[in-house]
Ligand binder design. Sequence first.
Ligand code: SAM
Ligand code: SF4
Length: 432
Amino acid sequence: MDFKKYYIETYGCQMNEADSELIAGILEGFSCRSVNKPEEADVILVNTCTVRENAERRAISRLDQFKSLKKKNPDLILGLLGCVAQRDRGKIISEKPFVDLILGPDSYQHLPEIFNGCKYPLVNVKLSKTEVYEGITPFRRTKVNAWISIMRGCDKFCSYCIVPYTRGRERSRSIESIANEAKKAVGDGYKEVTLLGQNVNSYSYENYKFPDLLEAVSNVKEVQRIRFISPHPNDIDDRMLEVIRDHQNICKHIHLPLQAGSSRILNLMNRGYDQGKYLSVVKKIRTYLSDVAISTDIIVGFPGETEEDFLETLNVMDKVVFDSAFMFKYSPRPGTKASLMEDDVSEEEKADRLTRVIEKQREHTLIRNSALVGSVQEVLVEDLSKKDPNEKMGRTGTNKVVIIKKGDAEIGDLVKVKIEKAVGVSLFGEIV
Ligand code: SAM
Ligand code: SF4
């Protein structure tokens, strides 16, 4: 049989990684096989992200690089997929006529049309109120963790964020299909599943809410670990925390995006909470889950952010002492409400604030990690250590990277590790 060879390059968050697995799943169903090098492919797909300008620019410049491969192989099909396709299709069609495919995040089921003599360019960027790719089996290439997308879209409309425009309205998959996908992943040898969505805790299917889904997945036999990203602070309720507390296989790690510490800026961001509410959610989480790790996302340099506002972000960081954080400079996204505000924090000021949050977070991560020195942690072995292939790397339930210096373990094993030191953002230890 003559297989078509495809190569997918993915930009952006885990949702996009999961989408690329769905795209691969669709192609595998049409006698396609994946290759690791673009030069070997008949179909090259760039799955893009538009959350920040950088990611968008990098993805678009890749198209120009792949264009040269078309000279060597005129039958090569080059596709732009995902959020950039959704947002910039007009520009791509006029400025990059060598792109054969432009498919938005709800249009991946149109991919097989390339095998049915479709007209090029094949463009579909219709947003759907219902598409959740039910029935498509993702083609996974990870070793230990299976991403499971539980919902798509976002209805929150934070003023800086492009996601509601590129991924459309919020919709959830059925609880049964998610539990079945978790069962299948475990059957295929995965030890951990991560439930994915822009706001996982606004999951809603018939009468089922996120705590029901957590319980259903937790009850899948032999799922050793369940993770979820990202929950929204406003949608964290007692029941969700009770379910996490009461199920041993649900990881005690909550990613709780803060974005900014100043209540004035949070209001301009349309986050729906102020500093006091955010801190009360942190307190509640820690009351239910004593050893929980809390991580966050922070944006610096939002329009109008003064030094005093920024100090409030540092202040909240000091109060919470996050275990880890993703930190970004504000990037105006055309089409969002914030893009109409003056981007008045200078690039130098943004860079300086970013350095200051990164430095503070480094200290806090070390404080949190150092508290584990001397303890024994359950670690899921994920891979060989990048620095020394004789050592393994894994993660605690609280999502901390552990380098295992001594002791036998296979990838996928859950082992007990005595933590001996904390350096940088990692822990180091030996199997006991
Ligand atoms: N839904 C999640 C939430 O509510 O936090 C996060 C999804 S968003 C794709 C991931 C992170 O990107 C956000 O938490 C935010 O910190 C960051 N982000 C989104 N838009 C941004 C922008 N315009 N500039 C800088 N960072 C941005
Ligand atoms: Fe973007 Fe806000 Fe939705 Fe997160 S909750 S995806 S930041 S609009």
